[in-house]
Write a protein that binds this ligand. Sequence first.
Ligand code: UDP
Length: 326
Amino acid sequence: MILVTGGAGYIGSVTTLALKEEGFEVLVVDDFSKGHRDLAFGDRLEEGDLRDPAFLEGVFSRYPVEGVLHFAARSLVGESMSDPEGYYDVNLRGTLNLLATMRAHGVRRFVLSSTAAVYGDPTEQPISEEAPKVPTNTYGETKLFLEGALRRYRDAYGMGSVSLRYFNAAGADPRCRTGEHHVPETHLIPLIFDAIEGRRKHLTLFGEDYPTPDGTCIRDYVHVTDLAQAHVRALRRLLEAPDRCEAFNLGNGDGHSVRQVLQVAEKATGRPVPLEVGPRRSGDPSRLVASSRKAQEVLGWVPEHGDLEDIVSTAWAWYIKRFPAD
Ligand code: UDP
């Protein structure tokens, strides 16, 4: 049985579906602070908080867990700066509890949701795994700390792990069973849809004075279904050889500016996006594009839904299903 923490969240729910399609039995653990009950697709569900060691002990005592995919975390950059303690509590304390319980029960396979935020504002593009890691916010720091902890756990206790550094997760399950539903929403593509549907007055474009061809920030948008496939591959690799400790970037290797995303969204929806140009959002690097060569070579992972059109149109189909117009 595979334990998926945060399995009722965005990437966790898509990955749960992918694991089940590959024949794995899945136990979802979620505290529903962010996740949604109707998006918990595991064969089994346990509701609880990773900061509670007794809860974790109960879960690992009751189920034959072979490996853990750990999505449950707080992941908003701005919030991590205004509430660092909350991030240490959930991302560090929660994860260290989880690792301690895994160790006590002899579970040695762990896949960590990591992030491009571990690199901070990198000088090299596309970014390889060897690029300097100088996070510029608490969120990135917590993930970088955990990656370091996993190296120590491998050396000291034989805990195998893969850290997957996501770039900009986007899109939705092509069969529209799940997708992005954050409260509050802070991500570009769903916010564009909110503006199109009149749920907000306009989209605020955060700065158009960046040193990029059209002046807006460039990001590497990667389809959530491709991310899910990378998790399945990482898990299989650990099931074959549990003593590894590796990290991989997951992106398309293609950068798109905010203006390009807006254009594709207008085309995919056939609707104009009400827009206002605002100042830069603090902490936004001008360009973040992944080299995913290592994931391709080592995991054999090839993004299959790399097209921005594909990403935006699956996201739109999910959005109108999830948030029907009044
Ligand atoms: N962005 C924007 N307006 C918004 C939200 C995001 O212009 O209301 C821009 C943001 O500055 C960044 C890109 O869209 O360049 C993607 O932002 P998002 O928050 O989706 O992901 P992040 O890159 O922060 O992980």
